[in-house]
Design a protein around this ligand. Sequence first.
Ligand code: 5GP
Ligand code: ZN
Length: 112
Amino acid sequence: MSDCLFCRIAAGDIPADVVARTDNVVAFRDIEPKAPVHVLVVPIAHVANVTEAAAQIPDVLAEMVAVAQRVADAEADGEFRLIFNTGPTAGQSVFHAHAHVLGGAELKWENA
Ligand code: 5GP
Ligand code: ZN
């Protein structure tokens, strides 16, 4: 989708700090990091959110988790938080499925 930011990043049309890539998945640093390690893992195929990913491309969703683990292995001693904001109320602002991989420090766990 040419009007989708993460489709354009996945295609290389918009630059990003890419840290991992497979045939199906791209991982790049979030432009506004919320932790020392904050990487977004996205499917190259456009789906709107994690629920659509699970229904339509479950193998790619599993690959996204594997790539998240690889990023954490390289940058955060293998430990990470994985977040899929789903819907605007939950904080989703880009409607192309993406996993936030957060780590590299002791992460707080508080009421939202
Ligand atoms: P959401 O709010 O949808 O869960 O997450 C979208 C994320 O994309 C945000 O954390 C935001 O900082 C990040 N983001 C928005 N625009 C860009 C961009 O152009 N490049 C990169 N690398 N990250 C972006
Ligand atoms: Zn897209």
